[in-house]
Design a protein around this ligand. Structure first.
Ligand code: HEC
Ligand code: HEC
Ligand code: HEC
Ligand code: HEC
Length: 187
């Protein structure tokens, strides 16, 4: 076949057939991507690389794994923004971890986690601050306004004071709440 034929209008298939095939592939591709994102968002997926880290046990021991409500919060519910755009961006950034997994010496060991916990925790916090703790607010959606009666007075007072401030002066959840799922290192 002559390469020039690639650029000629198709004689065999009408333009409508070609558009139809294109649209079908687009839809199939869209759902394939959705499925992959879903599959890569389970705790099992996260723990494939972090399998020797105590992260999951820490969650289970915290208020986010052991509470009266019987809820175990999943890794991605805190760590990955749910808004489609942010979600995709984070996914793309996480893929740098494949490189890290292959190249960081001793990465998947508890020793590595303990030695690097402060640095890793602060990296995680940079992301959460950037998204204004939106993952926390997805569940705790009555903290910024209409706070529940049952909440501790000390808590409602702090929250009221914070959210009465100008937007720029407000602190975000993780500015005040560190170590809600894993022990946050002092130094
Ligand atoms: C392909 C292997 C791999 C998978 C899968 C993986 N991680 Fe990681 N993760 C890493 C590596 C490697 C690092 C250290 C990155 C570095 O410092 O460059 C890391 C660091 C982190 C950090 C701290 C640093 C930061 O940038 O926030 C968090 C939080 C984290 N992972 C959460 C998760 C969650 C949640 C999942 C599941 C959605 C997950 N990881 C899945 C390999 C992986
Ligand atoms: C999937 C829903 C969900 C997400 C996401 C979530 N939480 Fe929670 N959070 C809970 C539940 C459920 C409890 C336990 C409530 C109880 O025991 O009555 C809780 C408890 C808490 C508490 C009180 C207990 C403690 O550890 O002091 C704080 C503070 C808190 N969450 C902050 C956060 C922050 C900060 C984030 C984001 C990094 C976050 N939460 C993300 C559901 C969630
Ligand atoms: C200015 C600091 C500050 C900010 C910002 C803040 N909190 Fe709090 N929060 C507190 C304090 C102080 C308490 C009471 C002591 C404690 O329980 O840790 C508290 C308590 C809580 C509790 C427990 C309430 C109870 O009765 O057990 C939850 C849940 C909580 N905060 C969630 C959040 C979430 C989600 C955000 C972001 C939307 C947030 N907080 C932002 C300071 C803050
Ligand atoms: C309730 C929200 C929440 C859940 C659930 C959660 N994390 Fe985190 N994670 C955080 C926050 C917030 C930080 C930032 C440091 C801090 O405040 O402790 C963090 C920090 C980390 C770090 C950096 C090292 C460290 O210990 O600070 C890694 C790695 C990590 N998380 C992985 C995971 C994995 C894997 C899961 C699921 C098994 C998970 N997280 C579940 C909120 C959560």
């Amino acid at each position: 076949m002559n390469w020039r034929n690639w650029f000629k209008p198709s004689v065999k298939y009408s333009i409508f057939t070609l558009i139809g095939v294109g649209a079908t592939l687009g839809v199939v591709g869209y759902f394939a991507v959705q499925q992959t994102l879903h599959a890569t968002s389970t705790d099992e997926f996260c723990m494939t690389c972090h399998s020797n880290h105590s992260l999951k046990d820490e969650v289970l021991a915290s208020a986010h794994g052991n509470n009266r409500a019987g809820i175990t919060v999943q890794c991605q519910q805190c760590h990955i923004a749910q808004e489609p755009f942010n979600y995709l961006m984070k996914k793309i950034i996480v893929s740098k971890d494949i490189w890290g997994y292959l190249t960081i010496d001793g990465f998947n060991t508890q020793e590595w986690l303990e030695e690097n916990r402060k640095e890793q925790a602060d990296l995680a916090l940079v992301y959460l601050k950037k998204i204004d703790s939106s993952t926390c607010r997805n569940c705790h959606n009555n903290v910024t306004h209409d706070q529940p009666e049952a909440m501790k007075k000390m808590a409602t007072r702090m929250h009221d004071m914070n959210y009465a401030k100008e937007k720029d002066a407000q602190r975000t959840c993780v500015d005040c709440h560190k170590g809600v799922a894993h022990p946050y290192p002092k130094s």
